[in-house]
Unconditional design. Structure first.
Length: 109
């Protein structure tokens, strides 16, 4: 399954447009990750825990989107857009990470 952020694939022609496909991943944050991320923000640097969660969320969202395209008979998804959001659960309950992927399922030659 070809997945690309571009609207065209150089040297290949889109023969059918099958519609919009999406994939979502919602990952629960936990106290330890939040605590370590806050320390990292104070002292500088990167938060490996959050980077790992972002990577995992992206992989899940892209896989779900690709599976949906395949069910429609597609062999590619073009115009892919990834969105990352933090969803606050409210008053001391923490947050969750949401990753969404969407694009257009197509058949290319």
């Amino acid at each position: 399954m070809l997945v690309t952020t571009t609207d065209v694939v150089e040297g290949r022609r889109v023969t059918r447009y099958l519609g919009i496909v999406t994939g979502e991943a919602i990952m629960g944050g936990n106290f330890i990750k939040d605590f370590l991320a806050n320390i990292t923000e104070v002292i500088g640097g990167r938060s490996g825990a959050y980077e790992g969660s972002l990577r995992k969320g992206k992989e899940i969202a892209l896989r779900e989107m690709s599976e949906e395209a395949q069910k429609l008979g597609g062999n590619a998804v073009i115009g892919v857009d990834l969105e990352y959001s933090a969803v606050e659960l409210g008053e001391g309950r923490g947050s969750m990470l949401m990753v969404t992927a969407n694009g257009t399922a197509v058949v290319i030659e």
